[in-house]
Design a protein around this ligand. Structure first.
Ligand SMILES: C[S@@+](CC[C@H](N)C(=O)[O-])C[C@H]1O[C@@H](n2cnc3c(N)ncnc32)[C@H](O)[C@@H]1O
Length: 268
């Protein structure tokens, strides 16, 4: 029993295509990994499917084991509270969802990669939904809190994604997006590039003996270095209708974007 929800479960609806705003990719096409934008979604799903069994190990190395504690602190900073209904998008093996489970117990975890969801099954028993974040099978106003941990760069279209987040959030609901942003200082940038662009891919290869795991970590850094700037992300959140969109930064590189679906009568 995998615990995967289907569109027949309570609270889920079939997705109906609707008019989306112009696409905003988080980074240009990365031609060394996939040919053109139309192949991107499949490339991303496949690489996470193929590396899922090593993901937690690699992320542990990358963050020196501090990842879970950091995610919980970020959730508390953003205002997650007991009783809130949370959707963790791009949950992967459920690292953010597992941290959130120490705060609220009403959580759904969703991801496009079946491999990542299955790899998480031995670590948690939260309800899972396999779905692309840009096409969510949930009714309007379903959640109090949405999270996306270190995955924004992997979505094809930030505007379409943010429109979906806005739709499924309840009035006064919040979104928290965790991302790595290259430091502004040249020294900080060089250190991060060496760590993420050289050390982590090599360690991933040694640890997993998998060329795909090494490629994932090269891809990880390439998406970070070529990602649109924080101002563009904040503008896209505002453009989707969110209020109070802001960014908190830890250690010069961990970005925490938060925004609120302001309730009727409130103003930004
Ligand atoms: C780097 S992992 C992040 C996992 C976890 N959130 C964390 O904090 O460690 C990125 C995840 O994003 C998922 N993903 C990529 N594109 C997606 C999309 N369009 N819709 C939903 N999930 C997506 C991948 O399958 C992968 O599990």
């Amino acid at each position: 029993m995998l615990g995967l929800l289907t569109t027949g479960d309570r609270g889920l609806v079939n997705y109906h295509s609707r008019r989306m705003p112009d696409a905003l990719p988080p980074h240009p096409v990365l031609g060394e990994y996939y040919g053109d934008a139309s192949q991107r979604e499949r490339f991303v799903r496949n690489i996470f499917d193929e590396t899922a069994e090593w993901y937690d190990d690699i992320i542990g190395m990358l963050s020196f084991g501090s990842g879970n504690r950091y995610r919980k602190m970020a959730l508390e900073r953003a205002g997650l509270a007991p009783g809130m209904r949370l959707l963790d998008l791009a949950t992967g093996t459920g690292v953010v969802a597992r941290s959130a489970a120490g705060i609220t117990n009403d959580i759904i975890a969703s991801d496009a990669s079946i491999g990542m969801l299955l790899a998480g099954r031995s670590k948690h028993h939260l309800p899972l939904v396999q779905n692309a974040g840009e096409r969510l099978p949930f009714r309007d106003d379903s959640f109090d809190f949405l999270t996306i941990g270190f995955a924004l760069r992997h979505f094809a279209d930030l505007r379409g994604l943010f429109a979906e987040l806005f739709r499924v959030l309840r009035p006064n609901g919040r979104v928290l997006i965790l991302e790595i942003t290259p430091p502004r200082s040249r020294a900080g940038y060089a250190v991060l590039r060496f760590h993420l662009g050289t050390v982590v891919p090599l360690l991933a290869r040694l640890r997993s003996r998998s060329a795909e795991a090494e490629k994932l970590m090269h891809y990880y850094w390439d998406t970070i270095r070529s990602c649109v700037p924080p101002e563009t992300i904040l503008d896209a959140l505002r453009g989707a209708g969110f209020g109070d969109a802001k960014r908190h930064v830890e250690l010069g590189t961990f970005s925490e974007y938060t925004a609120v679906k302001l309730g009727a009568g409130a103003c930004d």
